[in-house]
Design a protein around this ligand. Structure first.
Ligand SMILES: [Cu+2]
Length: 147
């Protein structure tokens, strides 16, 4: 009978250590996932950093693009929706990034620009139907990271 509380105590400590381990592993996994989801846009032979993106309801894919400053960028959007129109907006006039272009339903559309300033810029769809949430509010937003 004397040993029983001790055993419980040991088990309790072991499971606490296990939980701590799990938390650390989950944090490491989410950090890794953050890095893994960033797409480093490659240079094509013509010197343009060209990326293909999908526009669906309600998300862009990929969501995190990394490009080089001072070099031309071309983003080719393909709409996967049949009825819902989308758009692409980057609104940071201080950095010279003011982009607004329509992505008609089911269509392909290309945006060209040369980012001059480094930083992380929101890239989103601000379409909105009547009083409903905007597509951005529904999660149709990504990051353009200029390095
Ligand atoms: Cu949209």
């Amino acid at each position: 009978m004397n040993g029983e509380p001790n055993m419980l105590d040991r088990d309790w400590r072991r499971s606490l250590a296990g939980a701590g381990c799990l938390v650390v592993m989950m944090q490491a996994a989410s950090l890794f996932a953050g890095d893994a989801s960033a797409v480093h846009v490659p240079f094509d032979s013509d010197g343009v950093q060209r990326a293909a993106l999908e526009a669906d309801s309600y998300r862009f894919s990929p969501t995190h693009l990394v490009v080089r400053a001072g070099q031309p960028v071309e983003l080719v959007f393909t709409s996967l929706t049949w009825l819902v129109p989308h758009n692409v907006v980057i609104d940071d006039p201080r950095s010279g990034l003011t982009i607004r272009a329509e992505i008609p339903a089911g269509a392909r559309m290309t945006v060209r620009f040369t980012p001059a300033v480094t930083g992380a810029f929101a890239i989103y769809c601000d379409k909105k139907l009547l009083f409903f949430e905007s597509h951005r509010e529904k999660g149709m937003e990504g990051v353009l990271e200029v390095r």
